[in-house]
Design a protein around this ligand. Structure first.
Ligand code: G6P
Length: 541
């Protein structure tokens, strides 16, 4: 799209000129029932957009842009398995992973729902064996500790879910402790291994490609640790202590994971969209298979909402379009994610990958350069902690920032007054902060440093409760929001060529550390490698 030639885009640009002078406090003064007009709900979610710098006119114009970009057709392409990932010639069928058993989906003459449910069944079997102490380590004792080794999409989703839903741990999973290891440099393993009993520890090597160097390096270190501790053969260790969750069976096999320990998913599941697949094994071990299926069910409910609801009531569509409004028309290029619920502490880093790896692009699906902005810089923190860290910039800095406040209406029911009071305290802070950010406040005297501009737009997503189902729905909401924006921007949200290039460069640089540094390198890279070589040589001598 050449944005200057698209009527809906140009309309929004001139509308933005009118809106730029309007402060949110003015919008609230002019429209007494702004909340009613700009909050939208499904059975268990509420999305409040009243603190966004929008009017009904803005939403109408955004809907026109969505129509212009054929959003409805793109949603159908996504759900029916068309090759929406054009640069890699693949579908992106994470939504199929959440289909109930009675629904079938055929893609390229294959009923993929059969494959999906077979893979879930195999996962359920492994979960049962581990929960029921039938899975034994090298000396016959049952497994007690699980370590998920993976990075990016093979780490962030399961880590987030295990933490968010800990209270749903069923009795049969209570004896298992679950750990996550991702860092390439081995620092997490170095700390964790001394705390674990080798004979009762099981490693999940989670990697779609089974070629990610970070993960393989950690897996090798873990296997060496087991071999040394046990004195057993590598085959026996692989059999009893390693499961692979992967899209590359051949690589898992040649690394040594036996067939019975392999859990498979497919190239049409993007890494950052894979927590619904066998990559979710740690989640199923933590909260049980039934709750894992409830997560899928909640995501499926959001899928249906996204596919079936008109745009003006469609939560992912509205969230996505309002983001486009902020980024492309109000020139806001920073986005912070603020869960007011400690259980969602990993949501910001999960969304960093989901949003920035998906939509951090500057060419369209044909590879042509865009003449408009795409994904903003996104970061976040548990809101109440962020208040003591970066809120100063939100309230009085020079940057425009859009905020997502995420909270739950009900928590700690039946768990005592103190905790319920803490929940209310957190809610009060959430609402007070979004209010001050929106409305600002005049200085009580002439002191400039007591003035708060306000006019920072925010969305509030309120879940009735955090349950496996609403958790699934929340993540699916963000997935679809990202998709909506990619359609408006005409980019492919399912590839990550920037990451691929960095990986290639790193592997070509590795040998440089062991030899005479190549003269072809830039002086900074060369200088830094030489410094490492000198320091290491001094240390060794
Ligand atoms: O699951 P893996 O193949 O090991 O990939 C892990 C991660 O690797 C890269 O960083 C990709 O950019 C991510 O999208 C992916 O999630």
């Amino acid at each position: 799209m050449n944005s200057g030639e698209v009527k809906a885009w140009v309309d929004l640009q001139s509308h933005a000129e009118e809106m730029k002078g309007l402060h949110l406090s003015e919008l609230f003064r002019l429209e007494a029932d702004r909340f009613d007009d700009f909050s939208f709900s499904t059975e268990s979610f509420l999305l409040d957009l009243s603190k966004q710098r929008i009017t009904k006119d803005t939403l109408g114009k955004l809907m026109a842009l969505a129509e212009q970009q054929a959003l409805g057709e793109w949603i159908e392409k996504l759900f029916t398995g068309e090759q929406v990932n054009v640069s890699e010639g693949r579908s992106a069928l994470h939504t199929a992973l959440r289909l109930p058993k009675e629904e079938t989906l055929r893609v390229n003459d294959r009923v993929i729902t059969e494959d999906i449910h077979a893979s879930l069944e195999k996962m359920a079997l492994l979960v049962r064996q581990i929960q029921q102490a039938q899975w034994r380590g090298f000396d016959g004792r049952p497994i007690r500790s699980i370590v998920n080794i993976g990075v990016g999409g093979s780490n962030l989703g399961p880590l987030m879910a295990c933490d968010a839903l800990e209270q749903y741990t069923p009795a049969e999973s209570k004896q298992l402790d679950i750990h996550f290891v991702s860092s390439m440099d081995g620092s997490e393993l170095e700390k964790l291994l001394p705390l674990l009993e080798p004979a009762t520890t099981l490693f999940i090597v989670a990697s779609k490609t089974f070629s990610t160097i970070d993960t393989l390096a950690n897996a090798n270190t873990a296997r060496e640790w087991l071999l040394k501790a046990s004195g057993k053969s590598v085959d026996l260790i692989n059999q009893h202590h390693f499961i692979a969750a992967t899209g590359n069976i051949r690589a898992a096999q040649s690394w040594g994971v036996p067939e019975k320990n392999q859990l498979l998913f497919w190239d049409w599941v993007g890494g950052r969209y894979s927590l619904w697949s066998v990559i979710g094994l740690p989640i199923a071990l933590k909260v049980g298979m039934e709750n894992f299926r409830a997560i899928l069910k909640g995501a499926h409910a959001m899928d249906r909402h996204f596919r079936e609801t008109s745009f003006d009531k469609n939560l992912p569509v509205l969230l996505g379009l309002v983001g486009v409004w902020n980024i492309n028309f109000l020139n806001i290029h920073a986005h912070t994610i603020l869960p007011y619920d400690g259980r969602l502490s990993h949501l910001p880093s999960y969304l960093q990958q989901l949003e920035m790896e998906s939509n951090g692009k500057s060419v369209n699906t044909k590879g042509e350069r865009l003449n408009y902005r795409t994904c903003p810089v996104l970061w976040g923190e548990v809101g109440s902690n962020a208040q003591h860290a970066f809120y100063q910039l939100l309230h009085q800095g020079t940057e425009l920032v859009m905020c997502d406040f995420i909270t739950t209406a009900v928590r700690y029911e039946g768990e005592g007054e103190e905790l319920q009071l803490q929940h209310q305290l957190s809610l009060a802070n959430c609402l007070a902060q979004s209010r001050l950010l929106a409305l600002g406040a005049e200085s009580e005297n002439d002191l400039g440093y007591q003035h708060y501009d306000g006019n920072q737009p925010s969305s509030t997503i309120m879940l009735d409760e955090l349950t496996p189902e609403t958790f699934g729905g929340l993540i699916a909401l963000y997935e679809h929001k990202v998709f909506v924006q990619s359609v408006i921007w005409e980019i492919n949200p399912f590839d990550q060529w920037g990451v691929e290039k960095g990986k290639k460069l790193a592997s070509s640089l590795l040998p440089e550390f062991q030899s005479q540094v190549s003269g072809d390198l830039d002086s900074s890279t060369r200088g830094l490698i030489q410094r490492v070589q000198r320091q290491q040589a001094q240390y060794e001598s």
